[in-house]
Design a protein around this ligand. Structure first.
Ligand SMILES: CC(=O)N[C@H]1[C@@H](OP(=O)(O)OP(=O)(O)OC[C@H]2O[C@@H](n3ccc(=O)[nH]c3=O)[C@H](O)[C@@H]2O)O[C@H](CO)[C@@H](O)[C@@H]1O
Length: 400
């Protein structure tokens, strides 16, 4: 009987890590690999996304009891010893799973698995979602063979790990990738869609957790809009659990048609039919919207580590592919001004849509699979070889 090779995927339990890691797991399984998926207890928030996988015999789940380091000397010392313990546990579990390769997606859960793999002499590769490498991936990059990046310019690398960077793009979910090909095949008439506003679909997404700033400011901004625009607006608003009731009331009082959810499972469909998406600039959301050709107003989360959300958004903004407002500029008056401008202009949304589609990388799964195959098949990845996937170099990677 054919023995499938096992890949261990290690991902933190937040949406930003889980979604690309799961998409990669599904893709590698469709190519004949087995996957052992290491994550942490936070994965429970995304349990429904695991349902199809857990019944698949090629998939096994390992939940590590990893913890984020807290501030304070004693907490840091305790956290250091806890990480050592997690490395030891990962070291043993990697043996049981017979993993041939580890793919780390970042966070304090990915790090012990990558280090455990290093001691077990199992090669590892990383995927960095943001335009500034996260701390766990930064440290892991010392042990990894390749760091796959989402953005052509990723800041914060150690100088000596820079040569490991390879641009693959983001492994997005299958249902969103399928929309890309459907939209291309059906040749949707974007020209008419973005120029005739019988109905205006505005989608608001706050990343995997929702964002309070949108629930507070956006309804206020509607008060400044002209009635002709107001009557056409339909809002799809993702918000936090606790905000649902008050948000419903705000839209009802304003006479706005709305659909509110704490998580829209079909975000790709919403992005395809949105005239405008107002969103945080988490890497996952940005890559999804690029694939869907969705015009967007980006509001980076200002407390994101190393301001990575701003750097993510800046790449889109500087390519003329999105509008950008920082949190202090995101006022009701300013938002109303932006909306009025967009919906009175018959060209800008179309231009944004066409331009953002050019940033979409749809080949991430192929590139990742090719790197995996090269490492498992040939043992070692040689950066200088033209036939080697690592020759898909990032054209411009910054150093922190
Ligand atoms: C606050 C914070 O630090 N967030 C980080 C977290 O993002 P976070 O987990 O918030 O968000 P991302 O934007 O990366 O991913 C969210 C994913 O959920 C999907 N979605 C969202 C809402 C919804 O209703 N339905 C739905 O399907 C989006 O399409 C996307 O695929 O990890 C990302 C990747 O490391 C980082 O870039 C973000 O900065």
């Amino acid at each position: 009987m054919k023995e499938f090779k096992t890949i261990a995927i290690a991902s933190g339990g937040t949406g930003g890590h889980i979604f690309p890691a799961l998409a990669t797991a599904e893709n590698l399984m469709s190519r004949g690999y087995k996957v052992t998926f290491f994550t942490d207890l936070r994965f429970h928030n995304y349990a429904r996304h695991f349902v199809n996988l857990t019944s698949n015999e090629k998939f096994s789940l390992v939940v590590l009891n990893t913890r984020q380091s807290k501030t304070g000397l004693f907490a840091k010392i305790a956290s250091f010893f806890h990480t050592i313990k997690m490395i030891y546990i990962a070291f043993n579990l990697l043996k049981i799973s017979k993993a041939k390769l580890v793919i780390g997606f970042g966070s304090y859960t990915s790090l012990p698995v990558v280090i455990g793999a290093f001691f077990r002499l199992i090669p590892s590769i990383l995927h960095e979602q943001n335009a500034f490498i996260g701390l766990a991936n930064r440290i892991s990059s010392i042990f990894a063979k390749v760091v796959m990046t989402t953005f052509p310019h990723t800041n914060g690398f150690y100088r000596f790990t820079l040569k490991k960077a390879v641009l693959t793009g983001m492994p997005v979910r299958k249902d969103i990738l399928e929309l890309y090909y459907e939209n291309t095949n059906y040749n949707i008439n974007y020209n008419a869609f973005f120029r005739t506003f019988d109905r205006i679909n505005i989608v608001i997404l706050g990343g995997s957790q929702g964002a309070s700033i949108f629930s507070k400011i956006f309804p206020e901004s509607l008060k400044y809009l002209n009635i002709e625009i107001i009557e056409k607006i339909f809002v799809y608003h993702q918000c936090k659990d606790l905000e649902v009731e008050s948000l419903e009331k705000k839209y009802r009082d304003l006479g706005i048609k709305y659909h509110i959810n704490t998580f829209f499972p079909d975000a790709g469909k919403l992005m395809t039919m949105a005239h405008l998406l107002i969103t945080r600039s988490g890497a996952g959301t940005l890559c999804d919207l690029a694939i869907c050709g969705c015009p967007s107003l980006l509001v980076p989360y200002k407390y994101a580590k190393n301001n990575h959300q701003y750097l993510n958004a800046k790449y889109f903004y500087e390519n003329g592919s999105a509008l950008l407002l920082e949190e202090n500029e995101f006022t009701p008056e300013k938002v109303a001004q932006v909306l009025t401008g967009l919906f009175s202009n018959d060209q800008e949304l179309l231009t944004l849509s066409q331009s953002v589609k050019k940033l979409a990388i749809t080949s991430a799964h192929d590139k990742i699979a090719s790197i995996v195959q090269t490492i498992i098949g040939n043992g070692n990845l040689d950066n200088g070889n033209d036939n080697n996937p690592s020759s898909i170099k990032t054209n411009n990677v910054g150093i922190g």
